[in-house]
Design a protein around this ligand. Structure first.
Ligand SMILES: Cc1cc2nc3c(=O)[nH]c(=O)nc-3n(C[C@H](O)[C@H](O)[C@H](O)COP(=O)(O)OP(=O)(O)OC[C@H]3O[C@@H](n4cnc5c(N)ncnc54)[C@H](O)[C@@H]3O)c2cc1C
Length: 409
């Protein structure tokens, strides 16, 4: 049993919590980081089923923290294609359109997490406890007193919940959530495709929901995210791997030829959630603990890393000015700005899901016009690409770096 003092305690060392801890630690803030689970460090020839589309903004955060360099397996993609089942509607864009080399990268979540942990273990300002969980929070005048389930105690100025969608910190802090069931279950798996993916991220919108093939580092491996209604998910999960792969090929318009399942199929119910408050006195939420969105635009972790960057900036600014960064006065602007960003993203995802989920012939004609319209109208296309590339984060990253020099060049 140990007693520790921290300026910030981050519960949850996933991609978002680990990145935040590192930003703060590099800025000289004394951090305790706690995670309940220590991931396996071995990787076989088949990619994990949980992957993320990392925008250029997020890539630069990870590179500046020294983590990107440790990631051995990354699937760069130069093109995106989105189309609708049984229609002419198609949206296509490429990195060339923005004079960039890539639009983004598909990376296994565990690779990103372990790369961040490697850097965390070398950062003297961070005390890392894993596996350990939060057991209780006691509120004092200037501090919170945290008890961990391994018997350790931490006196901390601020507690950050980065512990994912079912956040224990959010529950212990009594912060209610607003939620909406998307009525979709995501089936995720790693597949081998007959045709090479050629560095393109592809997504088809079916009446039951979107199906994405995300290109991995191996030109014949893709990660699939098949979002569908629970009834179809039940039927698909009951199939053997050959029949599942055949259904998958048909659902994907045979775009990459025959498909073979390389992994188990994992099923995840999809829920839109956001915390009513992202901050309370001496507490803040980041990442999936604060919000979850539909994976159809692959923006969840990008949104979370933008939270981490914004909170790091808030806390480093406050530390520089010797303000109490656990106070609501310091935390409130972070909470307002990031809640607004999450709600904007949730609304965009809802709009897309609703637009493509309605089987109305007139709407379908409008959608065809809309998708082809977007594809051919340069300025609108540019907005789509900038969102996918994380351009807003790039600006913020520069501003944080100018003040605090926490990123390696
Ligand atoms: C099917 C699917 C596909 C997706 N695809 C994409 C994509 O392409 N691009 C994208 O940007 N996003 C995508 N997302 C979203 C992305 O996976 C999440 O936004 C991201 O994982 C959130 O990261 P996080 O660090 O906030 O939370 P998590 O990844 O959930 O990490 C939480 C961490 O907290 C730890 N923890 C949990 N509870 C406790 C506790 N009580 N005590 C201590 N530690 C605890 C866990 O061990 C874990 O390490 C997708 C999501 C789904 C469901």
């Amino acid at each position: 049993m140990a007693f520790m003092e921290a300026q910030v305690t981050v519960v949850g060392g996933g991609m978002v919590g680990a990145a935040l801890a590192l930003m703060l630690g590099r800025g000289g803030i004394k951090v305790v980081l706690v995670d309940g689970h220590e991931p396996n460090q071995d990787f076989g020839p088949v990619a994990d089923t949980r992957v993320s589309a990392i925008s250029e903004g997020s890539r630069q955060i990870l590179a500046g923290l020294g983590a990107w360099q440790h990631i051995a397996r990354k699937g760069p993609y130069q093109a995106m294609e989105v189309w609708e089942k049984d229609s002419f509607g198609k949206l296509a864009f490429s990195a060339e359109d923005v004079k960039a080399e890539v639009l983004g990268h598909i990376v296994e979540n565990r690779q990103i997490q372990l790369a961040l942990w490697q850097e965390i273990r070398q950062c003297p300002a961070i005390t890392f406890k894993a596996p350990a969980k939060l057991a209780a929070i006691n509120e004092g005048e200037q501090n919170l007193m945290l008890s961990l389930d391994n018997g350790d105690m931490v006196a901390t100025r601020l507690l950050v919940g980065a512990d994912g969608a079912n956040s224990q910190v959010r529950a212990l802090a009594d912060i209610p959530i607003v939620f909406h069931d998307y009525g979709h279950h995501a089936l995720v798996a790693t597949v081998k495709t007959e045709l090479p993916h050629q560095g393109a991220a592809r997504q088809i919108f079916r009446p039951q929901g979107p199906l994405a093939f995300l290109p991995l580092w191996d030109v014949n491996q893709c990660s699939i995210v098949w979002s569908t209604v629970p009834q179809e998910a039940d039927a698909l999960m009951a199939l053997d791997s050959t029949d599942f792969a055949n259904q998958l090929r048909l659902a994907f318009d045979n775009r990459l030829g025959a498909v073979e399942l390389l992994s188990e199929v994992q099923r995840l119910p999809l829920m839109a959630r956001y915390a009513r408050d992202f901050v309370k006195p001496r507490m803040a939420l980041v990442g999936d603990a604060a919000h979850t969105i539909h994976p159809l635009a692959g923006q969840g972790v990008n949104l979370g890393l933008a939270d981490a960057l914004a909170l790091a900036e808030t806390l480093l600014d406050a530390a520089m000015d010797e303000r109490d960064f656990g106070s609501l006065k310091v935390l409130a602007p972070y909470g307002r700005a990031r809640k607004a960003a999450a709600i904007k993203m949730l609304a965009a995802m809802n709009g897309l899901k609703t637009l493509f989920g309605v089987a109305n012939p007139l709407l379908k004609v409008m959608r065809n016009l809309g998708l082809n319209g977007v594809s051919s109208v340069a300025p609108v296309k540019r907005v789509f690409i900038e969102e996918a590339r994380g351009v807003v984060v790039l600006d913020q990253l520069l501003s944080v770096q100018k003040k605090h020099q926490i990123f390696s060049p």
